[in-house]
Design a protein around this ligand. Sequence first.
Ligand code: HEM
Length: 229
Amino acid sequence: MRILRKSEWAILIFIIAFSFLPTFGALFRVLEMAGGPAIMPTNPRASAMPVPIVLHILSSFLFLILGALQFPPSIRQRRPAAHRTLGRVVAAAGCLSAGSGLWMTHVYSFPISLQGSLLYWVRITLGLLMIGFIVWAVLAIRSRNAFQHSALMLRAYAIGQGASTQAFIGIGWMILVGTEATGPLRDVLMVSSWAINLLIAEALIWTVLAPRRRSAARAIQKNPLRVEH
Ligand code: HEM
């Protein structure tokens, strides 16, 4: 039996390719911390305090890659137990990713060229929001509110995917302008990446998830014995 439809494969492959740099690419930092070759640009904060960044990279990897598997409706419908088990791992990884991100934001000593007060406060706000959305999403599904659960997880995922959008926008800027963005401009590009992701998430919630919920509700009205997820 084919688990995924063609369109679902396409979306999954797109998400994994989009996430490639901050997930698979970042594993080189972990390799470096474990004594392997230093391929990545130097990060003195990571060398001085490796624990939060290693936790951050590994948990972010799980959140984005396993999280991508939670979106195709076919997996949720045909393998609900797998969706639940993966969901627990994804929720814990998301909280650890945001928690370690908050730890580094506050404790790492950044030069102003890499983190001004705009980026500091946006990281603190979105890190807390990401944890809040995940916890609320878990509570929502325990109350059997599937729409609220999906919408909240999508918002948390959009915050997590900020790292991928930031990588693309940062590289795009370098290609267009010829120099790396630093200082307030860098802060603005980083924050804009999160804003773009959250806008896309809202658009998906109201154009894809909400109509799906309405048609499921209509189907249940016609046949009250049918259970939708
Ligand atoms: C789940 C999605 C996320 C991914 C994939 C991700 C990815 C990464 C990666 C790959 C690094 C390491 C950079 C390096 O090796 O130098 C990093 C560092 C960092 N991340 Fe995240 N991140 C995510 C979420 C977050 C969130 C939500 C926050 C804010 C609370 C955050 C704050 C940070 C900070 C402060 C650093 C340290 C940067 C440095 O030392 O230059 N991250 N992230």
